[in-house]
Write a protein that binds this ligand. Structure first.
Ligand SMILES: [Zn+2]
Length: 427
């Protein structure tokens, strides 16, 4: 969470003033009072970390993590590292709130917040379970702070919270930090859990449209679910080929936290909006750790001129054939050839029947699947029909015939090759 808009005051005369003079004044910290309340101060290059936790190496190393993150934020937001020379914030990692209140580190005008909050020079984070999640929250608040200081703002809520989540997802390993990390397994991001929230919403039939996410009101950011939606949307927009370039330019516009920011962004992506909305639904329909939006984009299948023969690629999501079918049509489908299907450190040669060593959504990975695309209802792609090497299948709805090789959209990148697929009407 971050403080958005509101009256801006001139900062006190500090080196930080050169970075952005229009920020709230620094909190007046009485170091003696802090110490007397059992709070330790751990100074770093860009952060003074205050915590009431002891004997916790994962908390102590947050100072190193934060200092390394500054370089990562510079790279992502295109800010010269020299500009951060005097950048220094205070971060409070809190187990016992009363202690921080007594120490004067939680002023009366601090709003009630869920887990973390940033305002001006300060970041507050409540200690979370596991080692990952407190660090994530500090990086989340740190992303807000960096955007406020160096970009002049962080845009409206969906963008501000979505970007803070997106950048905060990190890998911290062997003294190296990587922000904006693509986590492919929940164990890499313990207790973070946003993909699970999206999956639960899908099961409960509560999926949000893109406009719904744009419109999440500020008071709903008291719930973790709103962060999950904002993150998923920023992740999707930053990857989808029809939106990624326009999305990137938003970092230059985030002084504006009003609805105008969103209206203008919506206008820039308008010419592809129907396809983007459709792909968003497919993205949510298969949402999981590591999912990449580029694999949720429906592509034209490679077709042999004048014939119903197609090359279906193993490293792509749904591929459309231009063949229109009606519900009840019977089609004979045959698939030949071999391709490579790979999972972490392992690869198999597969035919259209798939390899029964691993399964995705109930079918062997590598199995040829058919789906029927109806632009107004993607259900036909979310409930595909198993084809395999050779099948006669009945169409379950009207629309355009599509194919895909069964694999998780988080793991398609390292697949190689394609199947030759032929389609004929069954008599
Ligand atoms: Zn936030």
């Amino acid at each position: 969470m971050t403080l958005i808009a509101g009256p801006q005051l001139l900062a006190q005369n500090t080196p930080m003033q050169d970075i952005n003079p229009r920020m709230q004044p620094k909190l007046d910290i009485d170091e003696e009072r802090v110490k007397a309340n059992g709070i330790r101060k751990l100074p770093g290059q860009h952060i003074d970390l205050y915590t009431d936790l002891r004997d916790r190496s994962d908390v102590d190393e947050l100072v190193i993590v934060f200092d390394l993150a500054v370089k990562e934020w510079c790279d992502y937001f295109n800010v010269e590292i020299q500009k951060t020379a005097s950048y220094r914030l205070s971060g409070f990692v809190i187990e016992d709130r009363a202690r921080f209140r007594r120490a004067g580190l939680m002023p009366d005008d601090l709003p009630d917040f869920l887990a973390g909050f940033n305002r001006g020079h300060e970041m507050w984070v409540y200690l979370q379970p596991g080692k990952y999640y407190s660090r994530h929250l500090l990086l989340h608040e740190g992303t807000h702070a960096f955007m406020q200081w160096f970009l002049g703002g962080s845009g409206p809520h969906w963008y501000s919270e979505g970007m803070a989540e997106k950048l905060a997802i990190h890998e911290w390993k062997d003294g190296r930090l990587k922000l904006n990390f693509r986590a492919t397994d929940r164990n890499q991001v313990e207790y973070w859990g946003r993909p699970k929230i999206i999956r639960e919403a899908r099961t409960a039939n509560r999926l949000k449209s893109i406009d719904d996410v744009f419109d999440i009101p500020s008071h709903e950011y008291r719930q973790v679910e709103s962060y999950a939606w904002s993150w998923a949307l920023c992740e999707f927009m930053s990857q989808h080929p029809a939106t990624c370039d326009d999305f990137k330019t938003l970092t230059k516009k985030c002084k504006d936290s009003t609805a105008q920011f969103t209206v203008e962004f919506a206008r820039t992506i308008n010419s592809n909006r129907a396809a983007v909305d459709r792909d968003w639904q497919i993205f949510l329909g298969e949402h999981d750790y590591g999912i990449e939006a580029k694999h949720m984009v429906i592509q034209e299948a490679d077709a042999e001129a004048g014939k119903n023969n197609f090359l279906i690629h193993a490293d792509q999501g749904w591929q459309r054939t231009n063949i229109n079918v009606d519900k009840g049509d019977l089609l004979k489908i045959q698939a030949g050839g071999r391709f490579q299907i790979a999972h972490v450190n392992r690869a198999w040669q597969s035919e259209a029947g798939g390899v029964t060593i691993e399964y995705y959504r109930g079918w062997p990975i590598g199995m040829l699947l058919a789906g029927v695309l109806n632009e107004n209802n993607v259900q036909g792609l979310l409930e595909p029909i198993a084809v395999g090497l050779k099948s006669e299948i009945e169409m379950t709805r009207d629309g355009e015939l599509c194919f895909r090789i069964n694999d998780s959209p988080a793991r398609m990148d390292d697949n190689e090759g394609c199947l030759q697929v032929s389609v004929e009407a069954s008599k």
